[in-house]
Design a protein around this ligand. Sequence first.
Ligand SMILES: [Zn+2]
Length: 87
Amino acid sequence: MPSEKHPCRWPGCTKMVILRLWGCPVHWWKLPKDIRDRIRATYRWGQERDLNLSIEYIEAEQAAQDWIAALSTSQCHDVIFKSEDHQ
Ligand SMILES: [Zn+2]
């Protein structure tokens, strides 16, 4: 069996990481703890194989992407947190 890997989920990062990890260690540890906790808490073993992602995981992943987007648009790490629009 080849070891299954996917690219780090940090936009623009091409490092390959094993499936059960969100991204490469450098970028994983850049995420705020609450987002890391959310991703870890909602991750389900084998979810990449059956592609049956829970809505909680998708929301946690979206929160990470939103946080990264806010980081990259702000200067000097002055992150502006937008209030989330949940329907
Ligand atoms: Zn990365």
